[in-house]
Design a binder for this molecule. Structure first.
Ligand code: PLP
Length: 396
């Protein structure tokens, strides 16, 4: 026989982890069940009904009336690239932030779309100052301004979004917001806040497997896309072509990831069942209990409370402790996933998610107890019992 022989493999049995890192988060059993639903064709009338429902549920979750609201096939980065590649035309200028990992990814995508990148600066771990954004807009006169609403690399929530969108609109720039880690977790109001384009992901606060990623565009932003002279350089993500499938016509462009769309539908139904305001409040309450626990045990948050992101909690690594060894021990001893820092904050912070179905009291008590235990075993000066006590008290 020529060619490879079949590799020896076992039936799939991954460990049962508790996912409290920067994503993916624990998937709700209802979503897992929806994924076992038999497929229909992606142009089946019953699937068209599912598509309409997903679009309506996305509008509810984004707080928008935008007609142009769809799940993009692919992970959050696909929705991100769809936003940037369509809205930014070659030769145009995009203003992006430097205060985290995902602003850097925006810059990279803008360059690949043929744009010129200019930046507005803030240190990693701090939000953008509206005055700095205003100055950068005045200096560079960009066509598009992108910002990250919830920076998963730093645990910073960008406050006062309307101040940024008003400034951008005052300079005729369209605003693209990265809402991957805010959607379904912390307050996000696309229409009221004047966001022109928002993209998101499934596996953060929606607790859905990655694969179909929310995107919404205002009429003005979509008009710009449809009026482009140069076609979008990506055929797959060209929204003027995707309009044929998700718009009135319902004609074939590419085969929708049917199972991921089922999953997203169920994840969004969970948001609607809970109610968006109650869901934001739950994330805030559980992140507060987590903060109470880590502080009482003797650790420090890396972010000030005015811009602390409930869905991603940045906790300072105590002196003399190796963050990677802590994360590995949590996985090994407790089947618990959290993450270390990235970029400018590598080695300085733990990133503890509190997202969607993972944002539950039992998980928060668990993460505080397990983290305290592992840190104590590594000789850090922490009081795990005080941590657990404070978390319990905060949850009462
Ligand atoms: C996770 C994330 C992304 C990228 O999403 P993927 O699903 O990993 O492609 C983009 N922006 C932010 C803020 C994220 O947290």
């Amino acid at each position: 026989m020529t060619g490879p022989t079949p590799p020896e493999t076992d039936e799939l049995t991954p460990p049962t982890r508790t996912l409290m890192g920067p994503g993916p988060s624990d998937v709700h059993p209802r979503v897992l069940r929806a994924m076992a639903t038999p497929l229909v064709g992606h142009l089946d009338p019953s699937f068209i009904e599912v598509m309409n429902e997903v679009q309506d549920l996305l509008r509810y979750t984004f707080r928008t009336d935008n007609e142009w609201t769809i799940p993009v096939s692919g992970t959050g980065s696909a929705a991100m690239e769809a936003a940037i590649a369509n809205v930014l035309e070659p030769g145009e200028t995009m203003l992006v932030p430097t205060n985290g990992y995902f602003g850097g990814r925006m810059a990279e995508m803008a360059r690949r779309a043929g744009g010129t990148v200019v930046t507005v600066d803030a240190p990693w771990g701090e939000p953008l100052e509206p005055a700095a954004v205003e100055r950068a807009l005045a200096e560079h006169d960009p066509d598009v301004f992108g910002f990250v609403h919830a920076e998963t690399s730093t645990g910073v929530l960008q406050p006062d979004v309307p101040a940024l969108t008003e400034a951008a609109h005052g300079h005729d720039a369209l605003v693209i917001a990265d809402t991957v880690t805010s959607i379904g977790g912390v307050e996000l109001r696309v229409d009221e806040w004047g966001i022109d384009v928002a993209y998101a992901g499934g596996q953060k606060c929606l607790s859905c497997p990655p694969g179909a990623s929310p995107l919404t565009l205002s009429e003005e932003a979509m008009a710009k896309v449809l009026a482009r002279e140069d076609p979008v350089r990506s055929w797959y993500l060209d929204l003027s072509l995707l309009e044929g499938y998700w718009g009135e016509e319902r004609s074939y462009h590419h085969t929708a990831p049917v199972t991921n769309v089922y999953a997203l539908r169920e994840a969004l139904r969970l948001v609607a069942n809970e109610g968006i305001d109650a869901r934001w409040a739950r994330h805030e309450r559980l992140a507060g209990a987590l903060k109470a626990g880590v502080e009482a045990m003797g650790l420090e948050m890396n972010t000030s409370s005015e811009y602390r992101l409930a869905s991603l909690n940045a906790v300072r690594v105590p002196d003399g402790v190796d963050d990677g060894a802590v994360c590995a021990a949590l996985l090994e001893r407790y089947d618990l996933e959290i993450a270390g820092g990235l970029g400018d904050l590598a080695g300085d912070i733990f990133r503890i998610g509190c997202m969607g179905h993972s944002a539950r009291p039992e998980n928060v008590v668990f993460v505080v107890a397990a983290l305290g235990d592992v840190l104590e075993s590594m000789g850090a000066d922490v009081d795990p019992d005080a941590g657990v006590g404070a978390t319990r008290a905060a949850l009462r």
